[in-house]
Design a protein around this ligand. Structure first.
Ligand code: HEC
Length: 449
């Protein structure tokens, strides 16, 4: 373990005096796991944390906003050019600099603080966090071994402004900025690049892999770290758009296909699809496809559009009953299903299967995870929404875990937070007495503490 808890504590104490000045370089730690100099001497990850302190004006609106399709169809071809524009927006100025986004000459991007903390925290080369295991056969019928996923997400200036508001006082973050009547403003864009630590020779679409060095755990279940090479496998996008009536968000994803250019290249990312709602009335299970040999597109879904071009998109599993999910995502979930649970405190589980006795598939209890919830409305009444951002709910959970438990438990059995009035108030009086959950992408991570 190479977790500089002591350093974090010192940083936060020092910056306590700067609370009103907003966040600048050094306020929040860049990463939790730095590679030793003996094995890595290249550049290190820097957290982009100079969040705008004034709401960006109309000139910041992404140009692709003008090209949102006028009718929302489940025919992916009506979305293709829009998706290509969002992809270009995410990649422009970033690919040439290895996503060291503070060097981007086209537009500014920002990271979520407090992702360094805990066993899955950011590593020091690319800022990647540990995400989920890759199960045998999840990616392709030839993939017999297992693997793991790592990722880094970035917010544009419109979203970065809101992160800065929540974390204005680094000692007392305030999630009311992402809960109704507030929330991430129209025009917020989040892009996330996901990388696989897997034997790429067993996954046909990872031919000509685009590789990054990263300081990862040796295997998913190990806590020992090494500098490894991870392969670009997926890129997720999230766009806040007030014209999307049911959820206010569009979530889309791209999958790597090394055959597209025949070389290691970001242009090998081909669209999987886009979703703007969870199709709450569709309760079937026939299109769920955890070990894919083909992509099963469910025509009954009206709020998901999947790329049907099989020359371009390799066979892939999607999410529950064909709702959108990417190759390294959970086949029983969907992008919006997981993300609409984002709240502080995180009382909701992200997926109905993340419990000992899951409810019957497609039943009333199960379908709670496949409703449509408006942006900024919490999944669990009495909590505050973090507006579809699981990084934000995760970072708040990390921060309060550190703040509440770092100084130990008092003789009366209470921790530091139970002693402090403002922290008690963070929990709304009508919040149910329920267990608070860690914000983790997969339940297997629970076992790695
Ligand atoms: C099993 C639950 C789950 C599913 C399914 C899922 N995500 Fe996420 N996602 C997470 C968690 C947890 C995080 C925060 C930690 C991190 O960055 O990985 C996250 C982070 C993100 C982020 C960074 C910003 C944020 O909101 O936290 C984006 C963008 C994103 N996911 C998009 C997607 C898209 C697009 C899909 C579908 C293709 C998807 N996600 C499917 C759990 C999920």
């Amino acid at each position: 373990m190479n977790h500089p808890q002591g350093k974090i504590a010192a940083l936060l104490t020092l910056t306590g005096a700067l609370t009103m000045a907003g966040a600048h370089a050094g306020t929040f730690p860049d990463f939790g796991y730095g590679p030793p100099k003996s094995v890595y001497s290249g550049p290190l990850f820097r957290l982009s944390q100079d969040y705008p302190t004034v709401a960006p004006g109309p000139s910041s609106m992404p140009a692709f906003f003008k090209h949102l399709p006028t009718t929302f169809s489940n025919d992916f071809e009506t979305w293709r050019s829009y998706m290509n524009e969002v992809k270009a927006y995410c990649l422009e100025g970033n690919t040439g600099i290895g996503w060291d986004v503070q060097k981007n000459k086209v537009r500014q991007w920002y990271h979520m603080p407090w992702q360094h903390y805990g066993p899955n925290g950011r590593e020091g080369i690319r800022g990647l966090t540990k995400e989920a295991p890759i199960k045998p056969l999840q990616l392709a019928s030839t993939q017999k071994g297992s693997g793991q996923t790592y990722a880094v997400g970035i917010y544009n200036d419109i979203g970065g402004y809101t992160i800065g508001q929540v974390w204005k006082d680094p000692q007392n973050p305030d999630p009311s900025y992402t809960s109704q009547p507030k929330g991430f403003p129209n025009g917020t864009v989040v892009c996330k690049a996901l990388f696989a630590d897997i034997d790429v020779t067993t996954v046909p679409f990872l031919a000509n892999p685009l590789l990054w060095n990263a300081y990862t755990t040796k295997t998913f279940t190990s806590t020992e770290r090494a500098v490894t090479q991870v392969a670009l496998i997926q890129m997720d996008i999230a766009v806040r758009d007030t014209r999307v009536s049911d959820t206010g968000w569009l979530f889309g994803t791209f999958q790597y296909n090394g055959a597209v250019t025949g070389k290691a290249n970001w242009n090998n990312l081909v669209p999987v699809g886009i979703m703007w709602g969870n199709d709450p009335k569709e309760t079937g299970n026939a299109f769920t496809n955890p070990t894919p040999t083909e992509t099963k597109i469910n025509p009954a879904l009206k709020q998901t559009a999947i790329n049907a071009n099989t020359k371009e998109l390799p066979p892939t599993h999607l999410g529950w009953n064909g709702r959108l999910n990417g190759p390294v995502d959970n086949p029983q979930a969907s992008c919006l299903s997981c993300h609409m649970t984002a709240e502080y405190q995180q009382l909701a589980l992200m997926n109905p299967t993340f419990q000992a006795n899951p409810p019957p598939v497609g039943g009333e209890e199960w379908m709670k995870w496949f409703q449509n919830i408006p942006a900024g409305q919490p999944f669990t009444p009495g909590t505050r929404s973090t507006d579809y951002s699981l990084q934000l709910s995760g970072s708040l959970a990390n921060f309060y875990d550190w703040k509440c438990n770092h100084s130990g438990v008092y003789a009366d059995g209470q921790n530091a937070c139970a002693k402090i009035q403002p922290l008690n108030l963070m929990k709304a009086s009508n919040a149910p007495e329920q267990e608070v959950h860690k914000v983790q992408r997969s339940p297997e991570l629970e076992d790695l503490q």
